[in-house]
Design a binder for this molecule. Structure first.
Ligand SMILES: [Zn+2]
Length: 402
């Protein structure tokens, strides 16, 4: 099944950021070669029936830390299990934050495409110069400011989101990224009677203890105050978390999320009625593809785009559990959450990598995707929209006499 190089997906609804359309999608050699009806296809093409289902661009998780060495131990989900879990959840690209370690390689392990953010671990004149050059060449800079009440990647703080909202209101080029943990759960778990349960939620910055915070963040995501979604996926099993059993500052920071991000956002965002399917596509893939200069190669179902897509059943349900998830970590912060809307088939680079609960992944299926500098068109579009403002005549309506 995984060697199939031509696939026709018929009878479903293609959902892009700007419109949805009942149409078919033809994939050849890793690329979407046609979108339309009555497509001519080569003999031997596999046909997948997508009746009553949606075809969405594969998800882009903007924030993961696979196999990160941190606080004396190493995250249990490596680039292999982490990307396997990603495709099982409908995500076909991860953008991993790396703190480079000699000898670490992702290429032989990945099951879907990936790219990298580089962590700045010190600050001096050279680093300042590099950041300056990055901005001059329109590379983007991502801030993860744990101790500042300023913009934070992995938003969980109400005050931080206010900074992003007011900056965007003043037309500043700022994008906010809530993480799945902040959208699907909250910091009340730190008071759980079971130490292992509480430790499982320890991450930096921490989840807010206000149980209304997830709903608030989802509102902001739905109305375009926040733009993209990541997970900060950095998984340590319970025995690793136990390094801090007598001192919480020694608990390795990190939670799961990259397998469940799409389902959590569909459940809390779309199923709840806060956003439509097109906005879901915006916040789970398209906006990320635009910001990181991967669009329209990624984040869109169109002729010429990479064949990264997910066939989504909006009616199907599942209950999230560590017993059934694909991640290597031995607990799940969303344990017991009922989710409507599931990936049925995930296609990455034109190959079926997940179908009806079964994985068909192989290491080396994914590739490193470099970011191109100098393209701000998409970012301008994201901030101000495509249209010029109307400057023509307006009729006059005389005020009514009282
Ligand atoms: Zn992070």
């Amino acid at each position: 099944m995984t060697t199939q190089s031509r696939i026709l997906i018929k009878g479903g609804k293609v959902v892009n950021v700007d419109f949805s359309e009942m149409t078919d999608v033809y994939i050849e050699d890793g690329v979407i070669s046609a979108v339309g009806s009555d497509l001519q296809v080569a003999a031997g093409t596999r046909v997948i029936d997508a009746t009553d289902r949606l075809m969405l661009p594969g998800g882009i998780d903007t924030h993961t830390h696979m196999e990160l060495s941190f606080m004396g131990t190493t995250a249990v989900d490596d680039f292999h299990t982490g990307t396997k879990a990603a495709v099982a959840g409908g995500t076909t690209v991860i953008l991993d934050f790396v703190i480079p370690q000699k000898g670490t390689t992702a290429d032989p392990k990945v099951c879907c495409d990936y790219s990298l953010h580089m962590a700045v671990t010190w600050w001096d004149d050279t680093v300042w110069l590099l950041c300056h050059v990055s901005l001059r060449t329109n590379q983007n800079l991502k801030f993860f400011l744990e101790n500042w009440d300023a913009m934070s990647s992995g938003l969980k703080r109400t005050r931080t989101t206010q900074v992003v909202i007011s900056a965007r209101f003043r037309s500043r080029v700022v994008f906010g990224e809530p993480v799945a943990a902040g959208l699907g759960t909250d910091g009340t778990n730190y008071w759980h009677k079971d130490w292992a349960h509480a430790a499982g939620f320890v991450m930096g910055p921490p989840l807010r203890p206000d149980s209304s915070n997830p709903r608030y963040l989802m509102d902001l995501l739905a109305n375009d105050d926040l733009s993209v979604t990541g997970t900060d996926n950095c998984t340590f099993s319970v025995c690793q978390k136990a390094l801090g059993k007598d001192d919480f500052t020694k608990i390795p920071n990190g939670v799961n999320g990259n397998e469940d991000r799409m389902s959590v956002i569909w459940e809390k965002g779309v199923h709840s009625g806060k956003m439509d399917e097109n906005r879901f596509v915006a916040v789970t893939s398209t906006n990320a593809a635009k910001i990181f200069n991967l669009y329209p190669r990624k984040g869109r179902i169109a002729k010429g785009s990479d064949a990264d897509l997910v066939i989504w059943d909006p009616e199907a349900t599942r209950v999230i559990s560590a017993k059934t998830h694909q991640q290597a970590v031995d607990y799940n912060i969303f344990e017991g959450m009922l989710c409507h809307g599931l990936p049925v088939v995930t296609i990455a680079r034109g190959k079926v990598v997940y179908e009806n609960g079964q994985l068909f992944t192989k290491p080396v299926m994914g590739r490193y995707i470099p970011w191109k500098p100098f393209l701000n068109l998409c970012i301008t579009e994201l901030i101000s929209g495509k249209r010029e403002p109307y400057t023509g005549e307006i009729i006059f309506i005389a005020p009514k006499r009282s």
